[in-house]
Design a binder for this molecule. Sequence first.
Ligand SMILES: [Cu+2]
Length: 333
Amino acid sequence: MNTATKLSGFVLGLAAVFGAAYGVGQVAGPVAPAAGTGHDAADGHGDTGGAGHGGDEGGAAAHLPGGLLVSDRGYTLRPVDAPAGQFAFQVTGPDGRPVTAYDVAHDKRMHLIVARRDLSGFRHVHPEMTADGTWRVDSPLGGPGVWRAFADFTPTGGEALTLGVDVTVPGALTEQPLPAPAASTTVDGYTVTLTGAPQPGRTAELALTVNRDGAPVTDLEPYLGAYGHLVALRQGDLAYLHVHPDGEPGDGRTKPGPEVRFFAEVPSAGAYRLYLDFKHGGVVRTAEFTVVAGTPTGSASPAATGTPAARTPAATSSPTADAGHGAPGHGHN
Ligand SMILES: [Cu+2]
């Protein structure tokens, strides 16, 4: 186990890096950063270089964002036959046998996240394991299409991993266009507003503010040990980023809303879909946002991070960050 790495995620909120357990210093590898980010990326490494280097033995895989591999470090995600309406899978370990020993992370031993390849249909559920290492859950797959299923777990004695596998649901596919970027969204009468924008190669603060009927929600309920869980998926390959908030319930400084703050770093320019799970009134809801991580302007102005101006990429001088455009970074090549 790399306890230091885990702590950096839980306590400092630095888990905002793809493949958090692999350490912040390794995210920039083969995921091509936007042109001109080299210097900024180097700065980001310097800021957080102590977060751990537990993944070196993983070779090239250690440099990848989470969720892109079906097999990593000897662990393989294997869907198994299940009755209709159920989804079941195993994780086999380096010995080829199903893993049955998992550490609890964020209140659960297994987090299963699914999204269709067009980024619609996000669900985050918690399967139950039987003694043979088979995880089962009522199928979260919502309709026809190709889905990506992410298993986010820590095998006992190993590193935290997120493995991903495609699962096809037969039927006529109607592809959903990615919704345009917007600073707020509504779910079940709750309006959630996003302040801040992720930046390739550097840490940015994201704040999500929850209102209901125009009033701030100040009694969010802990869910999986936090007031909010944020998953980001990159358009195009569904690279997976599980972000945890800055602070946790009961730490004496984190309030139960209306604002939940995160620190996030994305490895490339482009469009991402953010999914915020929050709990209120005993119900977990998911607020979704499209964000475009723009090409940094190259100026050394970290002060812009997390300011209200950062919410609107169009306010910067970069034409590729036009918030109204909806397309991922054009000029990226
Ligand atoms: Cu979970």
